[in-house]
Design a binder for this molecule. Structure first.
Ligand code: ATP
Length: 469
């Protein structure tokens, strides 16, 4: 199974999804760069998440807060205190971390795995702001994006006239000096989070927790992640982060085991009450006359806000864009034996098809002249490419046999291929090929844009033309 990871890593590099950062200098500590296909796909993931949050749900607004914040934020949040400054060791196998001075043996007490050498460890990445590198100028790259949301709670409230319950969504970079990063882009030191912070009355918190937990699981399922490879994991009390009252992880079955891809947390009033204390600002919510929640859909309808002034509870859904990326890639990877493309000689070769959801595929359409040594075909194909390019992410490809080009497209999840052939020159029709079924239909160039649009929106391929045998 681990072999699958090597294949994913190799495909990522070969086709331009993900590269090792600073590769020409031998690479750099678990940082990665997203290549031409990777950036399209990652943007698509972020877009799918953003649309889910801000379009599908009511009462969720967006935010884009700065990565650098006052260092006081990290005092208030608890990130600079307690266990963070102790000597830690981490199990190389299960990644559980332990205080060195608490260990009896030189082995992981949970799984018996090998331990890293002890280090004074704070996950926060330190940096200096301004010309002098002293304590006064020290701040940190954010270790989680959510703090920027809490700091802007009042700003958003006052500027948007939202009433509780409501949510703030944000996508952005976070940095953690992980002791043992690894498994490609699963655990890195610089990564992106997609977070919703949902502010609600303490009495509604349990209900909203359930709602968001289910809603987030559905998001992965709707984007094609196989059900049998997803599960919830209730985080036991002793493992809870310092801010959490309750936490459930959404886990995916990676080739290296079941691992978290998203955390759903009930953070209670930890954040707002601590920021109130440390900043001296009153971050309580004032509820005018037990304002009734206006949302009609089920878990919301029952929420009546009665208490007048209180710290809202926060339900957080925190997903990693990079981890989702890896999850979608692994989930989509298929090897098909025995000649999907009949026109190639290498019919028995293993062919890779990346069955990414239509929304996530980096390139939607390939435009291919049947052969490249016929100038009329090339000219026509380039015309078709010019027609489609402003509307869809397209690729023009004329190198190699048509079968090989189909395969190259399948490997990077291109959803539709448009082939310009000799018949096109006579009647302005082209063939349209579907990645997953390899079915082909013949359609008019004048209808291409419209039909492609509809297929990408989910309509059935064969609705638009007769199957070419
Ligand atoms: P883990 O136990 O894997 O370290 P965590 O419980 O510390 O994760 P959270 O703080 O809940 O993670 O972060 C929420 C999400 O952010 C995670 O589910 C993951 O998708 C993403 N994330 C966290 N740390 C990393 C990292 N080092 N690299 C990539 N993604 C990360």
């Amino acid at each position: 199974m681990l072999d699958l990871m090597s294949k994913i890593i190799s495909l990522s590099k070969r086709r331009g999804f993900v590269f090792q950062s600073s590769e020409i200098y031998g690479g750099f500590g678990s940082c990665y760069d997203f290549g031409p296909l990777g950036v399209e796909m990652k943007n698509n993931i972020k877009k799918a998440w953003w649309e889910e949050m801000t379009k599908k749900h009511e009462k969720i607004v967006g935010l884009d807060a700065a990565i650098l914040m006052s260092p006081k934020v990290w005092q208030a949040s608890g990130h600079l205190t307690a266990g963070f400054a102790d000597e830690l060791v981490e199990c190389k196998k299960c990644h559980h971390r332990f205080r060195k001075d608490f260990l009896e043996k030189e082995k992981c007490p949970d799984c018996g795995g090998e331990l890293t050498p002890p280090r004074k460890f704070n996950l926060m990445m330190k940096t200096f702001v301004g010309p002098v590198e002293d304590e006064a100028a020290t701040t940190y790259l954010r270790a989680e994006t959510c703090q920027g949301i809490y700091l802007n709670f009042l700003n958003v409230l006052n500027s948007s006239r939202l009433k509780i319950p409501f949510g703030i969504a944000q996508i952005g970079k976070a940095f953690r000096n992980e002791i043992t990063p690894g498994n490609f882009i699963y655990r890195t030191r610089e990564f992106e989070q997609m977070e919703l912070q949902w502010f609600c009355h303490p009495q509604g918190a349990d209900r909203f927790f359930e709602y968001w937990k289910e809603t987030r699981m559905k998001w992965y399922l709707d984007l094609g992640i196989k059900k049998e490879n997803l599960r919830f994991r209730e985080v036991p009390k002793e493992e809870l982060a310092h801010y959490a009252i309750r936490a459930v992880d959404i886990e995916y079955k990676f080739p290296f085991g079941w691992k978290e891809i998203e955390g759903v947390h009930n953070r209670g009033d930890w954040d707002l009450s601590n920021h109130s204390k440390h900043s001296g600002q009153d971050l309580k919510y004032f509820d005018e006359e037990g304002e009734e929640n206006k949302l009609s859909s089920s878990p919301f309808a029952k929420a009546r806000e009665t208490k007048k002034k209180y710290f809202p509870y926060i339900i957080e859904t925190s997903a990693g864009a990079d981890r989702s990326f890896l999850t979608f890639l692994i989930n989509a990877y298929c090897e098909v034996k025995g000649g999907r493309t009949k026109t190639t000689k290498a019919v028995k070769e293993e062919e890779v098809v990346l069955r990414l959801d239509k929304k996530l595929a980096p390139i939607k359409v390939a435009v291919l002249p049947l052969v490249k040594n016929k100038p009329e075909l090339v000219k026509k194909a380039k015309e078709v490419y010019g027609l489609l390019k402003p509307h869809f992410v397209c690729q023009y490809d004329e190198l190699g046999s048509i079968g090989r080009r189909y395969r190259r497209g399948d490997e990077i999840a291109i959803i539709l291929a448009v082939t310009v052939d000799f018949q096109t020159l006579k009647d302005n029709t082209v063939t349209l090929r579907d990645r997953d079924t390899m079915q082909q239909i013949r359609i008019e160039i004048s209808e291409l844009h419209n039909i492609i649009q509809k297929i990408l929106e989910g309509e059935k391929f064969l609705k638009f033309g007769k199957l070419i045998k």
